[in-house]
Ligand binder design. Structure first.
Ligand SMILES: Cc1cc2nc3c(=O)[nH]c(=O)nc-3n(C[C@H](O)[C@H](O)[C@H](O)COP(=O)(O)OP(=O)(O)OC[C@H]3O[C@@H](n4cnc5c(N)ncnc54)[C@H](O)[C@@H]3O)c2cc1C
Length: 304
């Protein structure tokens, strides 16, 4: 069977694309390698998605999934490994199956960037974490460190701070980059210490994390801070390494024509965090999912 559209990835961008594609009556499937919901399902709270001032990531994504399933969405669980252009259609190869479609939308998102310092890999799952909602409760009444200064780091630090005894937030720049409203909340918390202009150089311990060693970026002075957990939020890397045939930027994010979101392969579009752009958020992922689907609809049937 040749589908009109195959959507690869079931996060906010993929589900938004599915809603638009299904309402245009395209014959489509969505392929997800793990669980529908994407990265935002890891967040305890989302406060900047219009219309939902406070909702957990999982609750928001359940609403997306219900909406798409209500329109008849067919979800296939498989990990896509390759897309090739066969002219009239694309061949999309997964671990479990091969799919053919006139168009495809890549919404594979991203995964957390690693620090690549001693101790990080060894202690992942034994004190090092990239998900506050998943692992925060294990550190009740303990001292922890959060690494990063962007929206996700500060937002997740705010969440953790309510559970743990104390949080030291380590950021390499002079100022945090997060939205001011989230920063204000952090500054109001009594159990947070800011270590600006510091970088972590090693995570230490025997069986589990016992401390993190940090370095002042100016003086190079090193200090070891006793903590039981280290939560790392220093950015993301796109999950695009398998897409060998598509043009990408220097960080691996997929380049598109900004008007239609078409990639360098005709009929293949990209939306969400995997796409090269400035703001990686649910609101932008959803908007791009809608735009990519609209472009795919036009590619399949002209302006219909
Ligand atoms: C802890 C945390 C907190 C955040 N808080 C906020 C917030 O408060 N507000 C906000 O707007 N944004 C927030 N974000 C960012 C937001 O989650 C992302 O911008 C958004 O999820 C991007 O959506 P996406 O659909 O592009 O990608 P993703 O959400 O990454 O979804 C991609 C999906 O594709 C699947 N996939 C990947 N590769 C393949 C493959 N080869 N085959 C099949 N499936 C594949 C993945 O399993 C995943 O389900 C947060 C992110 C994190 C990590």
């Amino acid at each position: 069977m040749i589908y009109d559209l195959v959507i690869i990835g079931g996060g906010p961008a993929g589900l938004s694309a599915a809603i638009y594609g299904l309402r245009a009556r395209l014959n489509l499937i969505l392929i997800e390698k793990m669980a529908v919901g994407g990265q935002i399902a890891l967040s305890d709270n989302i406060e900047n998605y219009p219309g939902f001032p406070s909702l957990s990531g999982i609750e928001l994504m359940q609403k997306f999934e219900e909406h798409a399933k209500g329109l008849g969405l067919n979800i296939i669980y498989d990990e896509i490994k390759d897309i090739t252009d066969a002219g009239e259609y694309k061949i999309i190869r997964g671990v479990d199956g091969t799919y053919q479609a006139k168009t495809a939308i890549i919404t594979v998102g991203a995964s957390p960037k690693r620090l690549n310092i001693p101790g990080e890999k060894e202690f992942t799952g034994r004190g090092v974490s990239y998900c506050a909602t998943c692992d925060g409760p294990f550190f009740k009444d303990e001292d922890i460190a959060v690494i990063g200064g962007g929206d996700t780091a500060v937002k997740e630090a705010n969440y953790l701070t309510k559970i743990v005894k104390s949080t030291v937030l380590i950021h390499r720049r002079k100022e945090l980059r997060a939205e001011k409203i989230i920063q204000e909340r952090l500054h109001n918390a009594e159990n947070v210490i800011l270590k600006l202009e510091h970088i972590p150089v090693s995570i230490n311990g025997i069986k589990t994390v016992e401390s993190v060693t940090i370095e002042n970026v100016k003086t190079k002075e090193r200090t070891t801070v006793p903590v039981k957990g280290v939560f790392i939020f220093i950015g993301i890397i796109p999950q695009t390494s398998f897409l060998k045939n598509l043009e990408k930027d220097e960080n691996g994010f997929i380049k598109t024509d900004h008007y239609t979101l078409m990639t360098s392969m005709p009929g293949v579009f990209c939306a969400g965090d995997a796409h090269s752009k400035k703001l990686l958020q649910v609101a932008t992922a959803v908007g791009e999912g809608a735009l990519a689907a609209t472009s795919a609809i036009e590619f399949v049937c002209g302006v219909c």
